[in-house]
Each structure stands twice: as C-alpha cells, then as structure tokens.
Write a protein that binds this ligand. Structure first.
Ligand code: AMP
Length: 198
C-alpha cells in the first residue's frame, strides 16, 4: 500500500500530479482544499466558516482538516493507498497524521517536495485564470494574484517547517516542479516504484 504526501506551495502542480498518479496506481487523491470547496458548494456550516478564511489565503484550523482526513481515510476507496495533496500544511497536522497512520497501521511511503520558483507560480496562476475565463468557467474565489502572494507567505511561514520535519525522519525527496508535467510525472513514478519495492 502506498501512502504518499505531495508537498509544495500553492500552484506547484500537486493536484495535477496527484490526479495522474491516481489513475496510474489506483491510489486516491485526498485534497483537503477540494474537500473544503465541496463543503462550501454544499452550503454546510463548515463550508460557510471556511470560505472567508480560504478567500483570504489563510489556513483553516488544524482540528477541522485533521478530522476531515481521519474520516475520509476510512472509506473503501482509500484502501489501496492515498496521495495527500495540500495536507499536512502545519507541523501540528504532520504530527497528527503520523499518529493517525500509525494507529491505522498504514506507514507513509514517501514525502515528495515539488520545488518551484515563486515568480513563475504567479505567472502560471495568471495564465490559469485567463484559460479558465476563456473556457467560460468560474474562477476560484482564492484565484487572484494578491491571494496567491498571501498563500505563498503562509506556505513559507506555516508549511515550510514540515520540510525539515520529514527530512529529519529521512522521508523527504525533492523533485523539480518547474519541469514539464510529463517530466515531473516520470520523476514521481520512479520514486513510487522504489517505495513500492521497499
Ligand atoms: P488548496 O486547494 O490545497 O490550495 O487549498 C485552498 C485553501 O483551503 C487554502 O488556502 C486553505 O485556506 C484551505 N486549506 C486546504 N488544505 C488545508 C490544510 N491542510 N490546512 C489548513 N487549511 C487548508
């Protein structure tokens, strides 16, 4: 069973890569951002609470996302393994995930950091917004340059500390996230193959 964390700032391509790995390896992408957006779409109390926080670029509370992941992992479609996308985002979440996985007897296979250049991310975001608008689709509430810059700052301050956390456990691997999507995908596949063999 593979349990993988994809780590990197917003816009690094975690979601894109997670979807490709899902199809290729029968894994389930667990994106706390997608789960929160589903709560917003459903108009739930949790969604109402989360929306303004998400639109500002800040993080919702550790308790909320930890509880969401804990219950989601119990579902049948997660039994072959999961790809955590956008979770954990704080050291407290990483510690909670460790405990959760240990209790479930599901060790972490790998933590992969997608390394990217921040200015290039801002360019990518502006391209993505233009493409989404060109398709006539709605743009996400947190998809604008100002919020992205805030989210990058939140990443540096609150999420980046989990990089040394996993590195000290000898779990961390890094991939150049600026490479072409197919190249990144091939790098991830290599890491997954060796994690499987281990
Ligand atoms: P994402 O789609 O992963 O970029 O997440 C969008 C937004 O949802 C983030 O900017 C946060 O406000 C919130 N969010 C998603 N995942 C988490 C998490 N693990 N911890 C705290 N907030 C999160």
């Amino acid at each position: 069973m593979i349990n993988l964390i994809l780590l990197g700032p917003p816009g690094a391509g975690k979601g894109t890569q997670a979807k490709r790995l899902e199809d290729k390896y029968g894994l389930k992408q667990l994106s706390t951002g997608d789960m929160l957006r589903a709560e917003i779409a459903a108009g739930s109390e949790l969604g109402l609470k989360a929306k303004s926080i998400m639109d500002s670029g800040a993080l919702v509370s550790d308790e909320i996302v930890i509880a969401m992941i804990a219950s989601r992992m119990e579902q049948a479609d997660c039994k072959n393994g999961v790809i955590f996308d956008g979770f954990p985002r704080t050291v407290a979440q990483a510690e909670a995930l460790d405990k959760m996985l240990e209790a479930k007897g599901r060790p972490l296979s790998a933590v992969i950091e997608l390394k990217v250049d921040e200015e290039a991310l801002v360019k990518r975001l502006n391209n993505r917004i233009a493409e989404t608008k060109a398709r006539g689709e709605p743009v996400r509430g947190d998809d604008n340059e100002e919020t992205l810059r805030k989210r990058l700052q939140v990443f540096r301050e609150q999420t980046a500390p989990i990089i040394p956390y996993y590195d000290s456990k000898d779990m961390l691997q890094s991939v150049d996230g600026m490479a072409a999507i197919e190249v990144v995908e091939a790098e991830l596949a290599k890491i997954l193959q060796s994690a499987k063999a281990a």
